[in-house]
Design a protein around this ligand. Structure first.
Ligand SMILES: [Fe+2]
Length: 482
């Protein structure tokens, strides 16, 4: 095909540089944006379509519509004292939208949403057949996409994966190295399998995870920093007040160290990924380990501590399993009676929450499912929580295993699917610390501000408290305050 139109060529080239092909009708929809906004729009569409290789007219229309409604309703923009504009957009968050009642229909809708979302990622790299259509095929190589119902080891050392789509169930046999990969499946996650269908079952040659593209969204210097913290556990008797005060002093440029002051001044946002307070009645005997025994007073104390941070910094707070919201994920943001205690520079979001900070896409998730993955996959550990988070990115799901230690509320939409590739995946929960880069995504698990509790000592959990990572899109600084 020879394209003579200069505008079309320009659009094709811009998408090609990002690794995408674009359909002719989709190009037409983008022409009104040339030349002023086209670069930003192309980048945004590519982010939203990560996992696809071809941009369709429907993709473009859907994304442009979403952009319009976001700019109409969800942008929180304000000018702060030093004249820097801060823009926080909440892209995905269950707060105010929860509608599940735990009925059978809710569960059906929930798992359909999970399947459909991840199917749309996997279909760009596979050519799946419906499981019910297998019976019309005698023997050939096939690809299927399904939800993992069950995985078990056979007496002859292979693994059987029971895979289900909306039309039926099929058994998949995994042998050799593939058996080890199969035994790491968690159940309830959506995968694709390719292999030989023999009329009764599929002998797998590949297990395909939805995963994220090789280069993610790519690295770039944002021109500002985000500081990542988690699990402050205000109200706990083991809350590390002195370490917290050192962090407060750092943020307020009161350390007497010019380099530290420069770094602190570059921080526009702090994200707190849950367990803001220690809560009440979370585990047996917790009352003996609380310095503040009343939940309201715990949040008053939390608000006082957050107020010590400089007003110029926006603080984004997401809840965790110790906070006063429902335990089942997705969790809504803190209720108004607690949220209103915090200063004006605080923005409350749910758990998980997908947000953008000046266009930087951050997926916040407290991290309760990390327990499930460590229990299932022996090579993962609490000492390296970032390794577990990489597995969540590969599965494009923040809590793949249903019915394990992480309770999930069956909302009509599965808010735990990682639909869009983030620039950062931020968690906490396990009270250890670790960062890595996976396919261009900065993965950070953010430590705690609580020393070892009696409960953790009994469970042999060794926290790594008082560590903050600061990231600007290019470089990570690891700061120790404990
Ligand atoms: Fe915690």
């Amino acid at each position: 095909m020879v394209i003579k139109d200069v505008d079309s060529k320009l659009i094709i080239k811009k998408f090609a540089l990002e690794g995408f092909n674009i359909q002719p009708k989709a190009i037409e929809a983008l022409k009104p944006f040339i030349p002023n906004e086209i670069d930003g729009i192309v980048k945004h569409i590519c982010k939203c379509c990560s996992g696809s290789f071809i941009i369709t007219e429907d993709d473009v229309k859907r994304i442009l519509n979403n952009l319009k409604s976001l700019s109409d309703s969800k942008t929180v923009q304000n000018k702060v004292s030093n004249n820097v504009t801060q823009s926080v957009q909440v892209i995905k968050d269950v707060s105010g939208k929860s509608c599940c009642q735990g009925k059978i229909e809710d569960f059906v809708a929930y798992f359909n949403s999970r399947y459909d979302k991840i199917y749309s990622i996997l279909r760009t790299r596979t050519n799946p057949v419906r499981i019910s259509d297998l019976r019309r095929i005698r023997s050939q190589n096939v690809e299927v996409v399904g939800i993992v119902d069950d995985v078990r080891e056979t007496s002859n050392g292979n693994a059987i994966i029971e895979l289900e789509d909306k039309t039926g169930v099929v058994n998949v046999i995994a042998t050799g190295k593939l058996k080890d990969e199969a035994m790491e499946l968690l159940g309830d996650e959506v995968i694709a399998v390719s292999g030989m269908w023999n009329g009764r079952f599929i002998i797998a040659d590949r297990i395909i995870f939805p995963d994220i593209p090789i280069n993610g969204n790519g690295k770039r210097n944002w021109g500002f920093c985000i500081a990542f913290i988690s699990d402050t556990h205000f109200g706990s008797a083991t809350f590390m007040q002195e370490a917290w005060q050192r962090f407060v002093n750092f943020m307020n440029c009161e350390t007497g160290d010019d380099r530290a002051h420069k770094l602190a001044e570059s921080i526009k946002y702090i994200i707190l990924a849950g367990d803001v307070v220690d809560g009440v009645g979370i585990y047996p005997g917790q009352e003996k380990e609380l310095s503040i025994k009343d939940i309201y007073t715990q949040y008053e104390f939390a608000a006082e501590q957050i107020e010590k941070l400089p007003e110029r910094v926006k603080v984004i707070i997401s809840p965790g399993n110790h906070d006063a919201v429902r335990q089942a994920e997705p969790q809504p943001k803190l209720p108004e009676e607690f949220a209103s205690l915090f200063p004006k520079n605080v923005i409350h979001v749910g758990n998980p929450a997908l947000i953008t900070l000046d266009g930087v896409r951050v997926q916040i998730y407290h991290g309760r499912s990390i327990d499930d993955l460590i229990t299932r996959i022996p090579r993962l550990s609490y000492e390296k929580p970032h390794g577990v988070m990489v597995e969540l990115l590969r599965r494009r799901h923040l809590s793949p295993a249903y019915g394990k230690r992480s309770p999930i509320a069956p909302e009509k939409e599965d808010y735990l699917v990682i639909d869009e590739v983030p620039d950062v995946l931020h968690s906490g929960h396990v009270h250890t610390f670790g960062t890595t880069f996976y396919r261009g995504v900065f993965v950070v698990n953010s430590s705690t501000w609580q020393s070892q509790t009696e409960f953790q000592r009994k469970m042999n959990l060794n926290p790594m408290p008082g560590i903050v990572s600061v990231y600007n899109g290019e470089r990570v600084a690891k700061l120790k305050f404990a």
